[in-house]
Design a protein. Structure first.
Length: 160
């Protein structure tokens, strides 16, 4: 359950993160209320089938999460806005930014400009290093996203 709260707070752009979290909390409470009212009636009428219904709803979200929710592990909050630049696929942009950050972290470890007791350059290291405080890295990542945006043709106009 905590993962839902963390992800919804990370994925919103900085410009409307507080509004997005307010909406997420309001919807969570609304659906909790509806679920609380409907569950006893469902159990009385269809018995254990209600739990199968809950399981089916959960299974339907697996493809949604896989195809439409970009990975944010190790990505600074300031760089998440680059996922949603017009004409870019958020899933592919997430992978590109994470790859760039991993490469830059590896260079810093090898050059000695960053001291760390962790020699591994896995994503666990990226998430433990405060890359978000390094303005140079964030500027490079955002510049790379803008460059990728210019290099790719925009297939359709965004209405947002």
């Amino acid at each position: 359950m905590a993962g839902v709260w963390v992800y919804s707070s990370e994925i919103n752009p900085l410009s409307w993160r507080s509004k997005g979290m307010g909406l997420a909390v309001a919807l969570q409470w609304l659906f909790d209320f509806v679920l609380l009212m409907v569950t006893p009636i469902g159990i009385a009428n269809i018995g254990y089938g209600m739990f199968l219904l809950f399981g089916a709803f959960n299974l339907t979200f697996i493809p949604f999460v896989y195809f439409y929710c970009p990975e944010t592990a190790g990505v600074p909050l300031e760089s998440i806005d680059a996922f949603y630049l017009p004409g870019l696929d958020p899933i592919k942009e997430s992978a590109r930014i994470r790859k760039d950050l991993k490469f830059k972290l590896k260079l810093k470890l090898q050059s000695g400009t960053m001291t760390s007791g962790l020699a591994d350059t896995s994503l666990a290291v990226i998430s433990q290093v405060k890359i978000g405080s390094d303005n140079e890295v964030n500027a490079d990542v955002l510049a790379g996203a803008e460059k990728a945006q210019l290099e790719r043709p925009i297939a359709r106009e965004s209405t947002i």
